[in-house]
Design a protein around this ligand. Structure first.
Ligand code: HEC
Ligand code: HEC
Length: 352
């Protein structure tokens, strides 16, 4: 089999110079029918996105993953897709404290937003999955989510000629496996990159922030709030697990993974990008508004044994004035990226 590889490297210059998206596109053509176009995902202001060696990204893989993400055939009664709980208009989260699966049963965790997940080294609130490929195995079979056995899911997908053709192009075979399904979904999830917030435009020198927002930013990066240690730029998450002091007797969190008592109450630091769109907040969705979150950090931090040393654990919080609270909330809203929640490339491909 002769293989011709044409390597085209180009830089797609976006409007803002500092924030160009680098695309390296590799087109593989051979005499079999699995031509696909490799693509490199990233953002020039972010670290390099780690891609698993056995799941290189291709444009066709992203498109296939997008279909699967939005396809209700992946749930038992064909009533739910991944997007039922991960809605683009809410930065791929939903507005429920606990989302119900197809059988109407709810869990105890808030549906995570999916934003820049390609940079995460672990997934789920308690960090129990090590990759997006591994994560996506869970919701399909989970009885409180889509509740469909993988053998049935793969059978349904394989019954569809256009899916078979697409799997052939992306993976070189029509014999579909659950691993191939989750690989494609993971490719789509990695393409969900948010880097066009007003804050990004401010950093790139394109726009000014209001005095209120700027004061909030200065507070955010100061010792009067300490936010930046865990929610630092550019990803606004340190990719670590911490106990931020929600409860005197915290939920398990990372303890579920390690069985180490020192990990009790530790949860993954969520990104603050698009946080305006992802209410309710925290692993159990206990806060409905950003004002409630700020009031918590100001006045209600609980000093359990595993609370993070950065949290003021003797007097309940940072004790900000009303004005400072307003400044912080205003700054958090500068992290909203309307191009992200409106990007047609991320939307439901079945809606005509
Ligand atoms: C019934 C609602 C529901 C459905 C359907 C659903 N999810 Fe989720 N998703 C959740 C909840 C709740 C969490 C948080 C669970 C946890 O952390 O243990 C979550 C977490 C995630 C995360 C982790 C994000 C992070 O930052 O750690 C990813 C990725 C994800 N889901 C992808 C998917 C994919 C892919 C599908 C479809 C195959 C899907 N979800 C279907 C509710 C849902
Ligand atoms: C020690 C690390 C740490 C510091 C410092 C910290 N956070 Fe957090 N933050 C977290 C963790 C961990 C969570 C998730 C906790 C949970 O759900 O149990 C979180 C959750 C949040 C959420 C909810 C996001 C969502 O999607 O549910 C917001 C908003 C937030 N933090 C804002 C802030 C602000 C503002 C500051 C500064 C005042 C701050 N954080 C300081 C670790 C930290």
């Amino acid at each position: 089999m002769r293989k011709f590889i044409i390597l085209i490297v180009f830089l797609a210059l976006s409007c803002r110079k500092k924030n160009t998206i680098q695309n390296e596109v590799q087109i593989e053509i051979d005499n079999h029918n699995h031509n696909h176009t490799h693509t490199k995902l990233g953002s020039s202001d972010f670290p390099i996105m780690p891609i698993p060696y056995d799941n290189e990204t291709s444009l066709e893989g992203i498109a296939l993953g997008r279909k699967l993400f939005y396809d209700k055939i992946l749930s038992g009664d064909e009533s739910q897709s991944c997007a039922s709980c991960h809605q683009q208009s809410r930065a791929f989260s939903d507005n429920k404290r606990f989302s119900a699966g197809i059988d109407g049963i709810t869990g105890t965790l808030n549906a995570s937003a999916i934003i820049n997940v390609g940079w995460q080294s672990s997934v789920f609130w308690d960090g129990r999955a090590n990759s997006l490929e591994e994560q996506a195995l869970n919701p399909v079979e989970n009885p409180i989510e889509m509740h469909l056995s993988w053998s049935d899911a793969v059978f349904r997908i394989g019954a569809d000629k256009s899916y078979r053709d697409e799997f052939k192009i992306v993976f070189g075979t029509e014999v579909i496996t659950k691993e191939m399904v989750t690989k494609a979904i993971a490719q789509f999830e990695r393409s969900l990159i948010s880097n066009q917030s007003r804050f990004d435009k401010f950093l790139g020198g394109k726009i000014e922030l209001t005095p209120l927002e700027l004061a909030g930013y200065n507070l955010f990066i100061s010792e009067k709030a300490e936010c930046f240690h865990c929610h630092g730029s550019p990803l606004f998450s340190d990719d670590e697990l911490h106990n931020n002091g929600l409860d005197l007797f915290p939920d398990d969190g990372y303890f579920f993974v390690t069985s180490n008592i020192h990990d009790k109450g530790k949860f993954r630091t969520p990104t603050l990008r698009n946080v305006e769109f992802t209410a309710p907040y925290m692993h159990d969705g206990r806060f409905e508004t950003l004002e409630e979150v700020i009031n918590f950090y100001s006045d209600s931090i609980k000093s359990s044994t595993t609370v993070d040393p950065l949290m003021p654990n003797d007097n309940g919080g940072f004790h900000w004035t009303q004005l400072e609270k307003l400044q912080l909330v205003s700054f958090l809203k500068t992290l909203s990226d309307t191009t992200y929640i409106n990007n047609p490339e991320f939307s439901n491909p079945f809606a005509n």
